[in-house]
Design a binder for this molecule. Sequence first.
Ligand SMILES: [Fe+2]
Ligand SMILES: [Fe+2]
Length: 257
Amino acid sequence: MRVLFIGDIVGRPGQEFAADCLRDLIPKEEPDLVIANGENATHGKGLNSAAAEYLYDIGVELITLGNHTWDQKELLQFIDSDARIVRPANYPDGTPGRGFTVCNVRGMSVLVINVMGRTFLSQLDCPFRTVDKILEAYPEIRHVVVDVHAETTSEKIAMGWYLDGRVSAVIGTHTHVQTADERVLPAGTGFITDVGMVGPNDGILGIDRKLVLQKMLTHMPVRFQVADGPRQFCAVLLELSDETGRATSIRRIRVVE
Ligand SMILES: [Fe+2]
Ligand SMILES: [Fe+2]
């Protein structure tokens, strides 16, 4: 089974470049499942229904989220009814939406989990124990992909080692900067600290660099906007054993216009 995991899609430029790449570049990779982090898909902040529908139309099958989950209020109107959207599982009990989902790929069940790290982010429930509980509930599922949405490299690497041999892949998201440390860990879990983003290449994490610099230089309120210009597409392609669910390879993809 081949799984394509696309990094944080930022704004309209990210949506459109994801569409270009999924149409022109990705078909030759023959992915069986396409997952994307969509926490920045709507103007860089959150996910509304128009962005979700756009991503489904271009071939994204499941959307994971992160610390920007609730930036678009409209998400509350459809997150409970759309099983293709997964928000961090370690939000408090009673939070709308779901922290994991199970989909069917060529007759095989795939469990996709989203958790958020806690360093420099919200103090949610323990992400490690949260994943444990979900895995305990689905012992029969061999194909499991975890999106660990976290700020620090250490927390994401820790999650990779914690889950090695128990899940198919641990994919880091959130920093919007792709790391070059992709590997299959010894017990068979595909891992990368951060898959990167899809969006403007000459901004700061996808945001107009002039506005971010203005904020950093003045500490006055600034309304951020997604940048223009050339774009980048970042993803990883995982090859998973149909029989065991373990990763046999993980390959980084980064395309810059
Ligand atoms: Fe992001
Ligand atoms: Fe994030």
